[in-house]
Design a protein around this ligand. Structure first.
Ligand code: F6R
Length: 617
């Protein structure tokens, strides 16, 4: 939540900052701003006699970009921010960067200062004047208070005073050749290039300029000059840290001709799931040593505890079913935000798995810390190399789906599901709970799943048409059972997120215990009815809602001649084994939600009130 980008080097930075913010817009998009160190006389002053000039706008980055284009302000050192409001409305005045009383210091911040009230009163007593409603504004005033010729030292003192979370970046006209960064919980990375150095919340912001990165850890500070990066620990001692080279390319972070990132990412899924299987599943064999567990450890697992939020939680629900079914290990799935507060039991024989595409979700991070404090060893499943969850976990499985820019999780979800399948399969094989023939059949099916996803994507127009005919309805119920249930929950979540229509995902058998009262002619019921062990049960449930005048849209296996009798709209998916319907059934629901939102004219990549990484509670 909130995106940060900063540059110091030998190039003018206005466009670097604006372009970086555009790439970070998925992290927040209610207001944005940049501050640039501007030489008084560019020929004479270089980075000597400078002022800080700030441009800010409420609304999306394009508003700021328009203002920036008109402005002649530019320079070789600057910071930029896109905001997702926590304290104070999304107005121009509350947008970052914020400044001190003298206007000599500018600060951007991603996170929450929990003790800002106390700090603000203290600073006011000392005569500091505040103009915004944000928690962040205390930071430049604190730096002003603490500055004694060294901005790094001032930042380190500030870090000792604040409570909460944050990635903070500051610059001062009195230290014109440097940018200072600091991190408590919220992500901050350094990008290194020949032409200068960068700070950013996430790699896509600066992938265009460099693929060499260093991750800043909690309670560390960093000093950036045009040709040097220095990192300091909690006590201000210098730290040596090697950079790593990111495998993500800039084209993977661009729309490449698609109307939206979400559509592009939906269409990337055949490739994404292949990447998730690459090196793990080849020639009919499964290699999963990266789990870091030997056969004995796998046989000794008493319980798997999975924690996740949102879409990742739905992947966990599929994981639960395959691990229980194939490996005969009980699995408990918790929402991270609940797990962290419910005083959970931890036992030596439990395997902890945290699923998070971003690796930065604060609730998942806190749940991991809670489990670790009770002695758990945590395995993370994430898409982001070097993310906080990856670094804080004992082992990491990367989903390798490539960067996901659309706020809605799509390709990272199907990649997480693949990892769940591989894990269930691997455990089942090692524990001897899966027959060889079943093991082989599942592997064969996994090999062809990318083609089956492609088959669905090739018929996207059919879903576009169903969306065109149904988008005016005001209530959508997504019903499924067993492997259809996570898909139903996820389908409803996608629709809510991007179309703002009320939608519920529900276990079909539970309808008669309450929700069926909602059903009338204004309701669309999306039934997930593949040819599986609960097919007949699903058909009965669909008939129950049909009798209450709902319009029925059924997702069925190809060649199913029966479901059509009770459905107003149908979409056929390729046949597969029961467990793998868990991944196939979600693809048409992603596209259906996408087309409904487009019919309603919504911005699918940046839905209101949402941000890609939820780094605040
Ligand atoms: C939905 C969505 C969110 C995330 C949730 C967890 O489209 O993207 O529900 O799934 O915020 O995020 P991660 O997986 O990054 O922990």
């Amino acid at each position: 939540m909130c995106g940060i980008v900063a540059y110091i080097g030998n190039r003018n930075c206005k466009n670097i900052l604006i372009d970086g913010l555009k790439r970070l817009e998925y992290r927040g998009y209610d207001s944005a701003g940049i501050a640039i160190m501007v030489p008084q006389d560019p020929k004479r002053d270089a980075l000597g006699n400078v002022t800080i000039e700030v441009l800010k706008e409420a609304g999306k980055i394009k508003e700021l970009a328009g203002q920036a284009k008109e402005s002649r302000i530019d320079g070789k050192c600057g910071i930029g921010h896109t905001r997702w409001a926590t304290h104070g409305e999304p107005t121009k005045i509350n947008a970052h960067p914020h400044q001190d009383c003298s206007g000599k210091i500018a600060v951007i911040h991603n996170g929450i200062i929990e003790n800002f009230d106390e700090l603000r009163s203290e600073l006011k007593e000392k005569g500091h004047k505040f103009i915004s409603d944000t928690d962040t504004e205390v930071l430049p005033h604190m730096l002003e208070e603490y500055y004694d010729g060294d901005l790094l030292l001032a930042m380190q003192r500030l870090m000792g005073r604040i409570k909460g979370s944050g990635a903070i970046v500051a610059m001062s006209v009195d230290s014109p050749g440097e940018i200072i960064g600091a991190r408590i919980t919220s992500p901050l990375i350094v990008g290194i290039s020949r032409d200068g150095n960068f700070l950013a919340s996430d790699m896509p912001a600066v992938l265009e300029h460099t693929r060499n990165f260093i991750v800043i850890n909690d309670y560390e500070t960093v000093r950036l000059t045009a040709n040097k990066v220095e990192i300091f620990d909690n006590n201000g001692k210098p730290i040596e840290r090697e950079s790593f080279r990111a495998s993500w390319s800039i084209t993977s972070a661009e729309k490449s001709g698609y109307e939206d990132f979400m559509l592009k990412e939906i269409f990337e899924q055949p490739y994404g799931v292949k990447e998730s299987m690459r090196g793990r599943l080849s020639n009919g064999e499964l290699h999963f040593d990266e789990l870091g567990l030997n056969s004995k450890q796998i046989k000794d697992i008493k319980k798997v505890q999975i924690i996740a939020c949102g879409t990742s939680y739905h992947a966990a629900l599929i994981g639960k079913q395959v691990i229980e079914r194939w490996a005969k290990i009980p699995v408990e799935v918790d929402l991270s935000s609940e797990y962290r507060y419910r005083d959970p039991l931890v036992d030596e024989g439990y395997l902890f798995v945290a699923i998070t595409q971003s690796g930065e979700t604060i609730d998942t991070l806190a749940a991991i810390r809670e489990a670790k404090s009770k002695g758990a060893k945590v395995m993370a499943i994430t898409n982001v190399v070097g993310s906080t969850v990856a670094r804080e976990s004992d082992s990491v499985i990367y989903t390798h789906a490539g960067p996901e820019i659309g706020v809605c999780a799509t390709k990272t979800f199907t990649s997480q599901i693949i990892i769940m399948y591989l894990m269930g399969l691997y455990f089942g094989k090692i524990r001897g709970t899966l027959k060889d023939a079943d093991y082989k059949k599942i592997i064969d099916e996994l090999h062809v799943i990318p083609n089956k996803i492609q088959n669905i994507l090739n018929r996207a127009d059919e879903l576009k048409e169903v969306a065109r005919r149904t988008f005016k309805h005001t209530c959508f119920l997504f019903l499924g059972r067993v492997f259809g249930l996570p898909a139903a929950l996820e389908g409803a979540l996608k629709l809510k997120e991007i179309s703002y229509i009320h939608a519920e995902g529900y276990p079909a058998g539970e309808m008669k215990h309450g929700p069926i009262a909602l059903t009338d002619a204004k309701t669309v019921v999306v039934g997930i009815i593949p040819d599986d062990s609960v097919y007949d049960k699903m058909l009965s449930n669909i008939q129950e809602v049909k009798a209450r005048k709902a319009s029925i849209f059924s997702i069925i296996s190809e060649g199913d001649k029966n479901s059509g009798k009770y459905s107003d709209y149908l979409f056929e998916i390729p046949r597969t084994i029961e467990e793998l319907y868990g991944i196939l059934t979600i693809i048409p629901l992603q596209l259906y939600s996408y087309y409904i939102a487009k019919n309603l004219g919504k911005d699918v990549d940046q839905p209101r009130n949402l941000a890609k990484s939820v780094t605040v509670e």
